[in-house]
Design a protein around this ligand. Structure first.
Ligand SMILES: [Zn+2]
Length: 610
């Protein structure tokens, strides 16, 4: 058996034979799963290795796992059995259902489409199955084979598949936390453990063996963090309790156990207890916080409950205590050098523009982190304080006691700061105080709700700020948007004809890059959780108020005149910045176009036809 593993490992990328040999020896001696240990070691290619093992054993290998007749499969092979023994039921034989009842394409993780399920009578009509087909990635796990054959009252046919696909498939078929869930339902009476709330911080790493609502809720939270979700929504529907994660800005429905509705009130009560909310109050919205810990990282969670007609809905926002730095913004050199010189200034206003959810806070925090030294006093007024920065005085606005941006800013200025950040310039009063601060020797950061950098200039004037004050105090407008980052393991190369590229202002090859453009692979791969996407990146444009631009501002020139002047003086619009990232293979043309605009003048300037 050891020789079989060794040969298969050699055939699938094992470089250091000695290390591989030793790993197999140790693992086998300790009675562990050699397959798990080899896969965990990452010394080999998972797919190649398991395919090789299957071939040697003469077991059929399934490259694509698409369970058919999900409901029936879940009945025959319960969640606990599948999860504990890591087997994925694939189909029942011969049970041939009419084609319209058979699930089609593998459901992408992001989809919220319901399973196409055969109605019970169709399954009934198809007769009783005479066998079940199960997928495993470890055919040497005798314990699992024994347990499944004892629990399932049908002959079993085994298939092999990759570990990633089996585990992913189990989660999709049964829903997150399904094993725990089954046990809770079985012993539901008298489970009050979820009422306990001993610790200040909830450590997610350690779950005890016992199934409980606590464990189930922890699974939902842990899963969200592992998938880089920023929000979790637990939403009661008439016949279901829906759980959705927001990942990379998009909502994705989380597969949950079928009968989750039965535990709705307990799940919601547990979340409210964690957030220290009043569980008896179900008619009014409440806000709270949960402190979580996962693998040594602390995660702050803001919790909001909303009473709906179907019951209380709970929204959780996961605030990662991430480290901010300018490097992490991945700025193109022209923006980076402009930012560097702006941050060296001792006074003036730097404004960031963009809609909600365009990553403005991340940029602001990165800039403040860069300036955060013992020699500078940095004070902020924010709504709310999204992330804490060590050594920075941060104030949260509280309109109910009249602590507004303007009031906060006014009091900050009496507290001798060098650098000030005010969350948003929402009104003339705030803008005027900020300008006064800039003119009296402070470096001020803030945000404005406008579409692009140049529009920021006219927006301030429209708010009622005197044009000469804008030109005297504001140093630069930075505009940004987020685009989705392509998974480099599965992105697809694509080519467009020059006519199309010219029409959108895409640079000609001589403007840089090797010209290879990629697009998202909507089927995705194991690396990107079958989404084709790995996070997001920001694209920018920065308009510096040069002398030429300042003159136009004072003359109350139109936005398009100012834009033309800015371009003449080196302003590079966001779309061009985005296209650079397309040429780098980081994102797609479609992503960039969906968040940027461009007028004909800019197209002529940036994509001269050869
Ligand atoms: Zn991928």
């Amino acid at each position: 058996m050891k020789a079989l593993f060794f040969e298969a490992a050699k055939a699938s990328g094992l470089e250091n034979e000695e290390i591989g040999q030793k790993l197999i020896e140790t693992s086998a001696r300790q009675g562990r799963s050699v397959i798990d240990d080899l896969l965990d070691s990452k010394l080999i290619n998972e797919e190649d290795f398991l395919r090789q093992v299957a071939a040697t054993l003469g077991l059929p290998y399934e490259p694509d796992l698409k369970p058919r007749h999900s409901r029936k499969l879940r009945d025959v092979c319960g969640a606990q059995l599948a999860l504990r023994h890591r087997v994925l039921p694939l189909s029942l034989g011969p049970m041939e259902l009419p084609p319209e009842y058979i699930e089609g394409e593998e459901r992408p993780a992001a989809s919220s489409l319901p399973d196409v399920e055969a109605p019970p009578d169709a399954e009934e009509a198809a007769g009783k199955p005479d066998r079940i087909i199960l997928a495993t990635y470890d055919p040497f796990n005798l314990l699992s084979k024994q347990a499944t054959s004892q629990a399932i009252d049908l002959p079993i046919e085994w298939r092999m598949a990759s570990r990633t696909r089996v585990l992913h498939g189990i989660q999709k078929l049964y829903g997150v936390g399904a094993d725990t869930f089954e046990q809770i339902l079985a012993g539901r009476e008298g489970d009050t453990s979820f009422m306990d709330m001993k610790e200040e911080v909830n450590v997610l790493d350690e779950d005890d063996e016992e199934a409980s609502v606590v464990k189930f809720v922890n699974t939902i939270l842990r899963q969200a963090l592992q998938q880089r979700a920023t929000d979790i929504h637990v939403e009661p529907l008439e016949n279901n309790l829906r759980v959705r994660y927001r990942i990379d800005g998009r909502l994705q429905e989380v597969p949950v156990p079928e009968n989750i509705k039965a535990l709705q009130s307990m799940v919601i009560a547990r979340l409210k207890i964690m957030a220290r909310l009043d569980i008896a109050e179900r008619r009014l919205p409440q806000d709270g916080r949960i402190g979580l810990e996962l693998e040594g990282n602390s995660i702050d969670v803001r919790v909001a409950t909303i009473p709906t007609v179907e019951g209380e809905q709970v929204s959780l926002r996961l605030l990662n205590q991430e480290k901010f730095s300018i490097q992490k913004l991945g700025l193109e050199p022209h923006v980076r050098s402009t930012i560097d010189s702006l941050l060296k200034m001792s006074n003036g206003i730097i404004l960031i523009t963009g809609p909600t959810g365009s990553g403005k806070s991340t940029s602001l925090y990165a800039f403040l982190s860069e300036l955060n030294t013992p020699f500078r006093r940095i004070v902020t007024v924010e709504d709310p304080v999204e992330n804490k920065l060590e050594g920075v005085m941060q104030i949260a606005v509280k309109p109910e006691i009249n602590l507004t941006f303007a009031a906060g800013l006014r009091s900050i200025l009496r507290a001798d700061p060098n650098v000030v950040m005010v969350g948003e310039m929402r009104d003339l009063e705030t803008a005027e105080i900020a300008i006064r601060a800039a003119l009296t020797g402070h470096l001020v950061f803030s945000t404005l709700h406008t579409n692009d950098a140049i529009a920021g200039i006219t927006r301030l004037v429209d708010m009622g700020v005197e044009p000469f004050l804008v030109s005297a105090s504001v140093r630069a407008f930075l505009a940004q948007r987020l685009v989705r980052r392509l998974c480099k393991k599965c992105r697809l190369p694509v080519s467009h004809d020059r006519e199309y590229l010219d029409s959108i202002g895409f640079p000609t090859p001589k403007h840089g890059g090797n010209g290879q453009i990629h697009m998202i692979n909507t089927r995705g791969c194991d690396h990107c959780n079958h989404t084709g996407i790995l996070g997001r990146l920001a694209i920018y444009e920065i308009a510096v108020l040069t002398q030429g631009v300042q003159d136009l501002v004072v003359k109350r020139a139109t936005e398009s005149d100012i834009r033309a002047k800015a371009i003449e003086e080196g302003f590079i619009p966001m779309r061009q910045y985005g296209f650079k990232k397309v040429l780098d293979g980081e994102t797609s043309i479609e992503e960039v176009i969906s968040v940027t605009t461009m007028d004909m003048k800019m197209i002529e300037d940036f994509a001269p036809t050869p």
